[in-house]
Write a protein that binds this ligand. Structure first.
Ligand SMILES: Nc1ncnc2c1ncn2[C@@H]1O[C@H](COP(=O)(O)OP(=O)(O)OP(=O)(O)O)[C@@H](O)[C@H]1O
Length: 503
């Protein structure tokens, strides 16, 4: 077809108050290229693509498509120019079918839809596509891989042939990720599309990308050919001379005390449909049990139950053989810590400062609360400064509202707070989701150190590599229950993958 556009953004600058989030950055993505945009958390990747997409109006800079300067003031303008974006999280309407989602996404969708005509047109469109999604299926019933394919089909349906993908594989199994990137790579090679992909995974960049651009602290630090550059070169451009901490090793334990027990847990959603049924699992002191599974199989509901955000309809949580009701006073009493999904929403007060959020679990204890209920600003700030440094949280100041931090930095701030206490039980859900590799190394080391110190760790993760690296045992969740449990040494990726797929 040869319809892939080229895109060139020059001198892009975006200032947020005291912070230059993007400082004179230029990027060139030739037609039919599969280009990676790399950088640590907070480097400015989202700011760059949001400025190109018209979500932000840059303070300076210009965008050329196929060599011609274009004016993009809103995301609608970007769409009209054939630039589309796929986000980390799905944007489809779950209760509609795949076909309905495609048709309503059109700017010119008629108010009365002639479904016979639309379906014929859609089947013809699907014929020309390299991958298929069942058009009559309700989106809620599709797997994560199918939903992601539908997001991409939507861009093609809207004729958006410059695709910006924000970590598109974070919700996919490794097999699904390779399949999807492979198909996009083939389309790019045929010059049907041009892809700009934000990624933190060097393996994917090496396997599928031709060009790359690296940002660091809002500045361009390098670009080139992703095939000839080495991973070491690319990571140096990303992190400069910041040292990557060495991974904490697993130590042997004699302490086999049972600490956390999930005993026959059941839960329903608002409509009364079961989301968890008969969850039985024990976690010992000094053990990491990884819960693997394709997203949407009850993992979020389980984390919500453990965090006290969702009621159980039956069953019990026990800690050290005592019934545990998940509420704030008990979290402190039983030394239960954790990172829920979407930490900005579930574990912070977005408008409060980074320092206040870091103190949140400690705000009513000395030394922070030495003035009674008045939070004492001196110790609070000092403690915050220590944690910010130790966990490398990027913020303009401890006083900045936590909602102004990049996604990865909010996560690091919450982990800094939760991992810095005296932990008996640690419950973490996708702790490294969207983090850059230096942070992944840090966070995984911290989790391992808590295990080595004797904490019982429940690690819910959609990233199988993470479970294989950290867990002592793995449990697979499928259809709201645990279908498989094994010691890590006695199983492998394929067997776990088959159970994840429900076989
Ligand atoms: N709306 C905003 N207001 C103030 N500061 C912001 C805003 N959006 C982003 N920033 C800041 O701009 C910097 C760049 O953030 P950006 O989200 O572009 O990083 P990123 O490279 O996409 O990071 P991540 O990998 O964590 O998503 C960060 O320091 C962030 O705190």
């Amino acid at each position: 077809m040869g319809r892939a556009p080229s895109l060139e953004a020059t001198g892009m600058t975006k200032i947020f108050g005291p912070l230059v989030a993007l400082d004179d950055v230029s990027i060139s993505v030739p037609a039919g290229s599969f280009h990676a945009l790399l950088g640590e958390n907070g480097a400015g990747k989202s700011t760059l693509v949001k400025s190109i997409m018209g979500f932000y109006s840059p303070d300076k800079g210009s965008v050329k498509l196929d060599g011609k300067e274009v004016s993009i003031k809103t995301p609608k303008d970007a769409r009209a120019h054939g630039i589309g974006m796929v986000y980390q999280h799905f944007t489809l309407v779950p209760c509609l079918t795949a076909a309905e989602n495609l048709v309503i996404s059109r700017a010119d969708a008629p108010s009365v839809i002639d479904w016979r005509k639309e379906k014929k047109a859609l089947s013809e469109f699907m014929e020309t596509m390299p991958f298929k999604v069942p058009l009559d299926a309700q989106v809620a019933t599709l797997s994560a891989g199918e939903k992601q394919k539908l997001e991409i089909l939507k861009l093609l349906y809207l004729d958006q042939r410059f695709m910006i993908l924000d970590e598109p594989t974070s919700v996919l199994t490794p097999g699904e990720a390779d399949e999807m990137l492979g198909l996009l790579g083939d389309m790019a090679a045929k010059k049907e599309i041009t892809v700009l992909m934000i990624s933190h995974k060097f393996r994917e960049v090496k396997a599928f990308c031709d060009g790359f651009t690296v940002l660091r602290r809002g500045k361009l630090t390098g670009s080139g050919d992703a095939q000839s550059a080495s991973i070491a070169e690319m990571s140096r451009m990303m992190i400069g001379d910041t040292e990557v901490r060495e991974r904490a090793a697993r130590t042997q334990h004699n302490d086999k005390r049972e600490v956390l027990e999930l005993a026959g847990i059941f839960a329903e959603d608002a409509e009364g449909t079961p989301v968890l049924s008969s969850i039985n699992l024990k976690v010992n002191a000094g053990e990491i049990v990884g819960i693997a599974g394709v997203s949407g199989n009850g993992q979020s509901a389980l984390v919500e139950v453990l965090a006290g955000q969702r009621a159980m309809s039956d069953g019990a949580i026990r800690i050290q053989a005592q019934n545990f009701a998940p509420k704030r006073s008990n979290f402190d009493r039983y030394k239960v810590f954790g990172l829920p999904e979407e930490p900005l929403k579930n574990a912070t007060v977005p408008r409060m400062s980074v320092a206040e959020n870091l103190a949140f679990r400690a705000f009513d204890k000395p030394p922070v609360a030495s003035l009674g209920w008045w939070m004492s600003p001196g110790p609070l700030r000092k403690r915050a400064e220590e944690l910010i440094k130790l966990y490398r949280v990027k913020t303009t100041s401890p006083d900045a509202p936590i909602e102004t931090l990049s996604g990865g930095n909010v996560q690091r701030a919450v982990l800094a707070r939760e991992l810095s206490g005296d932990v008996d039980v640690l419950i973490v859900a996708n702790p490294c989701f969207g983090l850059d590799f230096a942070s992944v190394a840090d966070i995984r080391s911290q989790i391992m150190e808590q295990r080595n110190r004797g904490a019982a760790v429940l690690l819910v993760s959609e990233d199988l590599d993470e479970i294989l690296e950290l867990a002592d045992r793995v449990a697979v969740m499928s259809g709201g229950t645990i279908t498989y449990v094994a010691a890590i040494q006695e199983t492998d990726r394929n067997v776990i993958g088959q159970h994840m797929a429900g076989h």
